[in-house]
Design a protein around this ligand. Structure first.
Ligand code: TA6
Length: 278
């Protein structure tokens, strides 16, 4: 069942429950901030102290980082772009069957976006809620000029404890270490005992998040980059809307088109970043 809900401050979100899973998706940012399969702990992490306010990104779930990932050359512009704090149009929901529900959200240019990024665009996000979480972020260039985007589905995963987690599938992949700005190569699986902030390239297979009691798989399409981030103790203490110990229960694995994997889109052409979580 699909229900449109509003908080006391007017913050609107959609709540869905079907026979496979439940989810919550905010209209701001087309931001899914809850996804749990029936009988399981949530797969997406959400900060206990997240904001749910117009203009403030929710801390957790899947922020849509678009049309740039990271910082823009113009440092007065928001990190990770403007899509995650914009009010998207809810195009509609479709209860395909009792196990599967799809949602479509749309964002297009306006005076405010043109002031930050001088191109006419159409951005659509299709979210499928079933025993899989599928996100398809489609950028269409409706300008007369070619433009370049970088983007990420900045997915926060809930984990039992960060020390119990191993990431498989990135062995031998090159990565940019955002803590040192040095290019490195991954050796073996990824485990965590300090801050990790890395943009992996040449990603061409599934990534597995192996936790104490379950393994979550992430399959990216039309993407050859992925970001892995855990703030660890010191940075977590400096992050907005995160409790000091929040780093213990979260991990970001972000399907992306970032850095070397940024995408050039010609007029009337499209690019779709697709992520399947199962
Ligand atoms: O994706 C990793 C990252 O770029 C980190 O460096 C950290 O800044 C994180 O995103 C959170 O960024 P935010 O803008 O959501 O606070």
């Amino acid at each position: 069942m699909i229900v449109l809900k509003k908080l006391a401050n007017g913050f609107a979100y959609i709540e869905i429950k079907n026979s496979s899973a439940e989810a919550k998706i905010a209209l701001q940012g087309a931001h899914i901030f809850h996804y749990a399969r029936v009988g399981e702990e949530p797969i997406l992490w959400l900060s206990e102290v997240s904001d749910f306010e117009v203009g403030k990104a929710i801390r957790g779930g899947v922020p849509v980082c678009w049309p740039w990932f990271g910082f823009n050359e113009d440092k007065t512009l928001p990190q990770h772009g403007f899509a995650r704090t914009a009010l998207w149009e809810f195009v509609g929901g479709d209860e395909v069957d009792e196990k599967t529900t799809t949602f479509t959200f749309r964002l297009t240019y306006n005076e405010k976006t043109l002031g930050m990024w001088h191109y006419k665009f159409l951005l659509e996000l299709k979210i499928t809620i079933s025993d899989k979480l599928i996100m398809e972020l489609k950028t269409t260039n409706i300008d007369e000029r070619t433009f370049k985007i970088s983007q990420a589905l900045h997915t926060y995963f809930s984990v039992s404890h960060i020390s119990d987690v191993t990431i498989k599938g990135l062995d031998n992949k090159p990565y940019l270490d955002a803590l040192t700005w040095k290019n490195e190569v991954q050796k073996g699986d990824i485990t965590f005992n300090q801050e990790v902030d890395r943009v992996y390239q040449e990603v061409d297979g599934e990534i597995a998040l192996s936790d104490k009691n379950r393994t979550i798989h992430i399959k990216n399409e039309n993407s050859s980059s992925a970001v892995i981030w855990n703030p660890w103790i010191e940075k977590c203490g400096r992050m907005s809307a995160m409790k000091p110990n929040a780093y213990e229960s979260m991990l970001c694995i972000e399907p992306a088109n970032a850095f070397l994997d940024a995408r050039v889109i010609k007029p009337q052409k499209s690019h779709t970043l697709k992520a399947t979580i199962f």
